[in-house]
Write a protein that binds this ligand. Structure first.
Ligand SMILES: [Zn+2]
Length: 277
């Protein structure tokens, strides 16, 4: 009986240990920003590419839109002048590893660290600034990679909706898919490198910008999106603090403070880290 009890306690302790490690890194990943304003961020992975990246830059310039590019370090070394141009035109740049491994989590710690470091160094050499945003290839990573990324001060940014999907075979379908799934604070995944099929992303980009604008969306970079989230969170906090000082209502109606409290969005250290880092 005592042995059974001990085994039970051990099992609970092991589960708690696993849980304790599993939860924090999941909560620290950015999939979208919690904003009420119609804001969205276009993101482009796998560049820089000598043909597609300049084509996308021209489209963004034409519409006056800023986006975020998650670059592969080895491609940055091949085309440093394109990476520099992306940066100089005011877009944000994130790290997308050095060699684009299929699953970061399957690599040993030292190799994950090398993927992150070599790419960050290549981007810093080309642009003068070290990236703080990181997107794992194919969005694949687990607690091991998360620990390495956190040690390297990289903020993991995934996406809300992908334009590149087996359901969406043409630029028109890609834009349609995004429009169907878009919501305020969304991060949209597109690509500007790795395969010749990226011409579809180029065409879909202008379709998307036009359609999103018609719907009242303003397109910003991921850091701008996270800053808006922080701003909204802090103004809600101010409302709550003001509400907390109100005298209790004798009529039994809810005070403005109580109203504000119902609207609280839990704070996320992730957004803060990305913006301040
Ligand atoms: Zn990729």
């Amino acid at each position: 009986m005592l042995r059974l009890l001990k085994a039970l306690i051990l099992a609970v302790a092991l589960l708690a240990h696993r849980w304790g490690h599993a939860v924090p890194w999941r909560g620290d990943v950015v999939y979208r920003a919690r904003v009420s304003e119609k804001l969205a961020a276009l993101t482009f992975d796998d560049g820089p590419h000598p043909e597609f990246t300049p084509a996308i830059l021209d489209i963004l310039e034409r519409y006056g839109v800023r986006a975020t590019f998650f670059m592969v370090g080895s491609s940055v070394e091949l085309y440093p002048e394109i990476a520099k141009e992306v940066w100089e035109r005011g877009h944000a740049i994130g790290n997308h590893t050095y060699t684009h491994p299929a699953n970061l989590e399957l690599l040993p710690d030292w190799a994950i660290r090398r993927e992150v470091e070599r790419s960050a160094e290549a981007i810093e050499r080309a642009t003068g600034e070290r990236p703080v945003l990181f997107r794992p290839p194919r969005g694949r990573f687990g607690s091991k990679a998360a620990a390495v990324l956190s040690g390297a001060h990289q903020k993991v940014v995934l996406w809300t909706v992908s334009a590149d999907h087996h359901e969406a075979k043409t630029p028109h379908e890609m834009a349609e898919r995004v429009l169907r799934l878009i919501r305020p604070g969304a991060i949209v995944l597109l690509h500007d490198g790795s395969t010749p099929a990226r011409w579809k992303d180029v065409v879909a980009t202008s379709m998307l910008i036009e359609a999103l604008r018609k719907r009242g969306y303003r397109l910003v970079t991921v850091p701008e999106l996270l800053r808006s989230e922080l701003k909204e969170m802090s103004s809600r906090r101010d409302d709550v603090q003001r509400g907390a000082g109100d005298p209790p209502s004798s009529s039994g109606r809810r005070s403005p403070g109580a109203k504000a409290r119902r609207g609280i969005t839990p704070g996320r250290s992730s957004a803060r880290a990305a913006v301040s880092a």
